[in-house]
Design a protein around this ligand. Sequence first.
Ligand code: IPD
Ligand code: CA
Length: 266
Amino acid sequence: MPHESLLTTARTIALRAGELARLRRSEGVEVAASKSSPVDVVTEADRETEALIRGLLADERPGDGFFGEESGAERGSTGLTWIVDPIDGTVNFLYGIPHYAVSIAVVEGEPDPQTWTALAGCVVNPASGEVYTATAGGGAYLGEAPIRVADAVPLSQALVATGFAYDSTTRGEQGRLVAALLPLVRDIRRLGTASLDLCFVASGRTNAYFERTLSPWDHAAGALIAREAGATVKGLGDAQPSRDLILAGHPDVAAALEGALAQLAR
Ligand code: IPD
Ligand code: CA
């Protein structure tokens, strides 16, 4: 399979990082600092887990670039960059909700989701033990089992996941949009971990997912996994996913959701 050795690296390191995060969670977790807003927090475990991942990647792939949520970016010489969220779903992690993830992807080209090509990705939920993986052209897996998006359903039958920004003004807008969307769909889920939201689309646990204000590390691995499982994963209009929008689902459901969101935003 193409990119299999990159995937092995991503998976092995994500599993080790997940063990560390789970250990730290079992010892108890406290907020270390807040970031973009008082509710956007980081724990010592986020920093320690990213440092572990960065160190292991530097040992194994010394020429590659790195772009992580907690410790920033460093360009490499190989044209490959590792995009890392050490703990996605930090608020779930803080509260002991067993739905958080280590997300690792490796991309080719500039470390910019508008232009990069994702080659391999792994999302691990250390609390459930679930491991989602994909390689470009090689399909998507939950553990050893291939996964596919759920069959198309009308929007009125679609279970749609979403998420909210840390900024309170943006949240107000997002809340109003979701309130208007709710009567049009089966139901809404706010599960709290964007990478797993994309993996849930990939494995048919939800029909679609959309969110604004995500960062590249939140969606790098999950977007590849969802695409390899047959989902459309897109941003606004013809753009790739960005802070403006990420939308994912079976192609027919994604189109219907995109149309509904555009109408509601008018
Ligand atoms: C957050 C989660 C959440 C999403 C936020 C993200 P973090 O990531 O993925 O589900 O709604 O937009 O920032 O801060 O826990 O790594
Ligand atoms: Ca994070």
